[in-house]
Design a protein around this ligand. Structure first.
Ligand code: MCF
Ligand code: ZN
Length: 327
């Protein structure tokens, strides 16, 4: 499974930080983060809302562009070791530079340079998605969208929303999404992870994204599932994350196969791999064990993912050649 070339569309930049990396930074900076780790060294969280606060605590020691450059290299080396040839990562000026556009530019430059080096060294291509945080509210999303619009280009190609889906309604964020859309950014929204099928409907109606992060609870509304299929909305499924957080009671209960059977375009990602004790290899192994997926299924999923990627056509063609190169 490790060798299969893979496309990952849904990865949170800080959420991909290995716990040892965050512990090392905490030690260097004299910050006590012992409360967010279990005795075995892994991240400790009780439930989804607690996960959000542990994520923020871990992020608090990433305080400079240099920290992000080191993180980017470590994350991409690990992804490439799991066969990932193309990845998109959620980044937020809320975390990189505290919302200030000049600081954000410096963080972005460092991340981008590290990604270019990793592309040369490990053969993995990265693109960025600027992300507003739902539980920070719609006013906080506006400067994030402005940062995104000012830095949109060939590397920063998307705008999205993550965080606590139970807070606020998508319609509150239309200003931010309209701003990003006008700047030429492609759109994705986390929905239907906790907020039910209605949350997916609301996100689609108010924000008009072309992809939905998670979206798995759409399965409870078959008319919505048919709409997703008809409109070609792509779901960024992260089954290991859903199982780890308790969105699904187990792998066999995950709706990815049922959604796919009904014509929905599904893709596979890890979300926050070390938090959820997963990797792209582990996701594929679990999909093979649970649903009997084989080479053709994975080829289809990766073709869907690269078609839906937020990069230019020349990059897609380069990646498609790698996907076709199976040895
Ligand atoms: O997809 C998972 C669970 N659902 C919602 N949000 C997040 C997930 N992983 C990270 N996030 C949040 C994180 O807590 O995304 C934001 C943080 O608020 C970071 S995006 C650079
Ligand atoms: Zn996510």
């Amino acid at each position: 499974m490790r060798e299969i070339p893979k496309v990952e569309l849904h990865l949170h930049h800080e959420g991909a930080a290995p716990p040892a990396f965050i512990r090392g930074l905490a030690k260097e900076k004299g910050v006590d983060l012992s409360g967010i780790f279990r005795e075995d060294g892994s991240y400790a969280f009780r439930d989804f809302v607690h996960f959000l606060s542990v994520y923020e605590a871990a992020t608090s020691v990433l305080t400079s562009p240099k920290d992000y450059a080191r993180l980017t290299r470590a994350v991409l080396e690990e992804s490439a070791a799991n066969g990932v040839v193309y990845s998109e990562t959620f980044l937020s000026p809320d975390f990189c530079g505290g919302g200030d556009v000049e600081a954000w530019r410096d963080y972005l430059a460092a991340i981008r340079e590290a990604a270019e080096e990793a592309e040369r060294d490990f053969g993995i291509t990265l693109r960025g998605i600027v992300t507003c945080i739902r539980h920070f509210g719609p006013e906080a999303a506006k400067p994030i969208a402005l940062c995104a619009a000012e830095t949109a280009g060939d590397w920063l190609t998307g705008f999205g929303m993550a965080g606590d889906e139970m807070k606020g309604k998508p319609a509150d964020f239309t200003w931010a999404f309209d701003c990003a859309r006008e700047a030429g950014l492609r759109l994705t929204v986390h929905a239907g992870e906790w907020g039910g099928a209605k949350s997916v409907r609301d996100a689609l109606a108010a924000l008009r994204p072309e992809r939905i992060g998670h979206g798995v609870q759409a399965i409870d509304d078959l008319a919505l599932v048919d709409d997703l299929a008809e409109q070609g909305i792509v779901l960024e499924c992260c089954p290991g994350s859903n199982v780890a957080l308790g969105v699904c009671p187990g792998w066999s209960a995950h709706p990815i196969q049922r959604l796919r059977d009904r014509g929905v375009k599904v893709t596979v990602s890890t979300d926050d791999p070390p938090f959820f004790h997963t990797t792209m290899t582990a996701e594929y192994e679990n999909l093979a064990a649970t649903f009997g997926w084989g080479e053709e299924d994975f080829a289809e999923i990766n073709a869907t993912a690269i078609d839906a990627a937020f990069c230019d056509e020349a990059t897609k063609d380069k990646i498609r050649k790698k996907l076709g190169d199976r040895t």
